[in-house]
Design a protein around this ligand. Sequence first.
Ligand code: SF4
Ligand code: SF4
Length: 56
Amino acid sequence: MPYVISDECISCGACEAECPVDAISAGDDKYVIDADTCIDCGSCAGVCPVGAPQAE
Ligand code: SF4
Ligand code: SF4
């Protein structure tokens, strides 16, 4: 299952650079993960200061 970014996201942008498949982009009020691109590696969760990316 792909990772999903929760409403805890503070839009710091740290996860975007860590994603090996460029699945993360800035959304309207938080960053978002493209479910079809995410390979479930968990790198985004490892760098997020607020634990927003979570495995579904
Ligand atoms: Fe990218 Fe990995 Fe996070 Fe999926 S789990 S969005 S592939 S960094
Ligand atoms: Fe949001 Fe966490 Fe990504 Fe920063 S690292 S943009 S807080 S999900």
